[in-house]
Design a protein around this ligand. Sequence first.
Ligand code: FE
Length: 225
Amino acid sequence: MSNENERERDTDMTDRDADHGHGAPLTETQLRVRALESLLVEKGLVDPAALDALIEAYEKKIGPRNGARVVARAWVDPAYKERLLANATAAIAELGFTGRQGEDMVALENTPTVHNVVVCTLCSCYPWPVLGLPPVWYKSAPYRSRAVIDPRGVLRELGVDVGDDVEVRVWDSTAELRYLVLPERPPGTEGMTEEELAALVTRDAMIGVARVEAPAGGQARTGRR
Ligand code: FE
């Protein structure tokens, strides 16, 4: 899934004010942040579009890079992958990614026969240390309900056709457990370095609503399979 598609989707679904805490009222900090933002915008000191751009950067560019490094490491290092699937919290911490909303991580491996999708049906629980801030569509009511009722339909709309022979597993995040999907390594990437692989891994692939694609045109260096 390209960033372009992610952007379109993000603007399609709007539920900016979705709760982060299972319907809990806003915290003192959230209230203060909102008050501050309103005041700064009102006084013309900040441009809401600039704030949105900053948030978008955390959603797509900065936050998910940590998760992408975890995925790339698992692709190139079978022992690491084993540790990741056995105890994701510890394996992710090996790479230095720890913190709030990432205390109890579970990694879900996508295979040719199993496709995992992550949702938070109640609100927007999301693994911050590896993925950053949740995208707007993840917090939207349509995604939260439909991902459970009709996961194949949602995946199809998002451009992921899952064959009838593939089992779709939907995982509901909670305040206790957060999930990271380990996407399938795309064919044609055999000669790529860990860093190059990490650059291919998108946020959406780690939520399970996209596949990781090999670079367009294949790899000049290693040729295509
Ligand atoms: Fe939640």
